[in-house]
Write a protein that binds this ligand. Structure first.
Ligand SMILES: NC(=O)c1ccc[n+]([C@@H]2O[C@H](COP(=O)([O-])OP(=O)(O)OC[C@H]3O[C@@H](n4cnc5c(N)ncnc54)[C@H](OP(=O)(O)O)[C@@H]3O)[C@@H](O)[C@H]2O)c1
Length: 338
C-alpha cells in the first residue's frame, strides 16, 4: 500500500509517496482502507519543523480519514467489516491503509461522499469544542471567527448559525462572497486593515461574547481586547508562525515571545475568560469526543452540518496540496485521495 511520507523537515519536496507493507489490526483495532484523508494546517507545520506534536520523521501525517473497514482485531465486533466510516487517526491517515482503535471510528452518513466525510472529524470537532463545549455560545450571543474561510472556520459558522448566534469573521477579501453565501453575518478583511476597530464599529463599541483565535502570539492579546463583559477567548493555534526554513523558526519564536499572560484580576474585573484547546490531546477521552461527534453527525442528517471540500488532490499531488493551504488559496477543506 502507498503512503505520503514526510521524509524530513523542509519544503514540499520532502513529501514522497512510498510503498509499505499492508497493515494488520491488533486487539481492539480496525484496519481502514482509506478513500479520503483530510489535510490540516498541523501537517504543514510538521513538514516545516514547527509542530511540537509531530511524530519523529520520517513520518506519515494525517489526523482524519474516511474509508471502509477492511479487517477487525480481536475483541471488535466483526459486523464492522465492510462498513463505511470516518475516523480520527493519531497520524498515519494519509495512507491507503490505516489502523485505528475501534473507539475512534464513526459511521459515515450515507448522504456524504467519502471526501465530505473526511472533512468532518478535525474541523467540526474542533469547532464544536470551541463553541459549544468550552465557549458555551448561546442564542443571541455574538462570535468572532478568525480564519472564517478555513476548514475550522466554516465548521464554526455552521455551528454558530445552528445555535442562533450573530457571526463575525476575519478572512482574505476574496473569500467574503462565499462566506456570505454560507451565512456569515459580517465578514472583515483583516489583510488590508486592522480588524479590531472595524469590529468595534460593527458592534457599537461593545465587542463580542466569544472569539476563537488560531493565529496566536500577540494576536491573542488583541482578540482578548475584542471581548465584551462575560466574553470568552478560545485559543487553538499559531498560524502566524508558519513559514519554511529559518523564517519559520524566527516567526514561531516571535509568536512565543509575544504570547500574552492574562492576569486573574484583570479577567475578574472585566468579566472575561480565556481557554485553550488542542484536539490532538484528547485521545484519552474518547467518550467525550464520541458524544460531540454524535451531535455533529446528527447535524448532517438535520442539514446544518455542511462539510465543504474546496479541492481534492491525489497522493502524488500532496506537495501542491500543502502549497495551496500555505498560500491561503483554500476555502474550507483540502482532501487527499489515494
Ligand atoms: N487546536 C486544535 O485542536 C486545532 C485543530 C484544528 C486546527 N487548528 C488550527 O486552526 C488553524 C486552521 O487550521 P485548518 O487546518 O482548518 O486550516 P485552514 O483553516 O484551512 O487554514 C488555512 C487558512 O488560514 C488562514 N491563515 C492565517 N494565517 C495564515 C498563515 N500564516 N499562513 C497560511 N494561512 C493562514 C488563511 O485564510 P485567509 O486567506 O483568510 O487568511 C488560510 O486559508 C491552524 O492554526 C491550525 O493549527 C487547531
Amino acid at each position: 500500500m502507498r503512503q505520503i511520507v514526510t521524509t524530513g523537515t523542509g519544503d514540499i519536496d520532502v513529501l514522497k509517496v512510498q510503498q509499505k507493507p499492508d497493515l494488520t489490526p491488533d486487539e481492539g483495532e480496525v484496519v481502514i482502507r482509506v478513500r479520503a484523508a483530510g489535510l490540516n494546517f498541523a501537517d504543514i507545520l510538521s513538514r516545516q519543523g514547527l509542530y511540537p506534536d509531530s511524530p519523529p520523521k520520517p513520518c506519515v501525517m494525517g489526523y482524519e480519514v474516511s474509508g471502509v473497514v477492511e479487517a477487525v482485531g480481536k475483541g471488535v465486533n466483526s459486523s464492522f467489516e465492510g462498513r463505511s466510516v470516518a475516523a480520527l487517526t493519531r497520524f498515519g491517515g494519509q495512507s491507503e491503509q490505516v489502523v485505528v482503535k475501534a473507539t475512534q471510528i464513526f459511521e459515515k452518513p450515507d448522504r456524504l461522499t467519502f471526501e465530505q466525510a473526511a472533512a468532518i472529524p478535525v474541523n467540526y470537532l474542533t469547532a464544536y469544542a470551541l463553541l459549544v463545549v468550552m465557549g458555551s455560545l448561546h442564542a443571541g450571543e455574538s462570535v468572532l471567527i478568525h480564519n472564517a474561510g478555513g476548514g475550522v472556520g466554516l465548521a464554526a459558522i455552521d455551528i454558530a448559525k445552528k445555535i442562533g448566534a450573530v457571526t463575525y469573521g476575519t478572512a482574505s477579501p476574496g473569500k467574503h462572497e462565499f462566506l456570505a453565501e454560507r451565512g456569515l453575518d459580517h465578514a472583515i478583511d483583516y489583510r488590508k486593515q486592522d480588524w479590531l476597530p472595524v469590529l468595534q464599529q460593527l458592534t457599537n463599541g461593545r465587542g463580542v461574547d466569544l472569539v476563537i483565535d488560531p493565529i496566536g502570539g500577540s494576536h491573542w492579546r488583541k482578540s482578548y481586547e475584542a471581548l465584551r463583559h462575560t466574553g470568552r477567548l478560545g485559543m487553538f493555534g499559531v498560524s502566524s508562525g508558519s513559514a519554511n526554513g529559518v523564517l519559520g523558526k524566527f516567526k514561531m519564536l516571535k509568536a512565543a515571545i509575544r504570547t500574552p499572560f492574562f492576569h486573574p484580576f484583570a479577567m475578574l474585573n472585566k468579566n472575561r475568560g480565556v481557554f485553550g484547546l488542542n484536539l490532538g490531546h484528547m485521545w484519552h477521552e474518547p467518550e467525550k469526543v464520541a458524544v460531540w461527534m454524535r451531535d455533529i453527525l446528527g447535524g448532517v442528517d438535520e442539514g446544518w452540518v455542511r462539510p465543504y471540500v474546496d479541492r481534492t488532490f491525489s497522493f502524488e499531488e500532496a506537495g501542491a496540496a500543502h502549497r495551496y493551504l500555505e498560500e491561503r488559496k483554500n476555502i474550507g477543506k483540502v482532501v487527499l485521495v489515494p
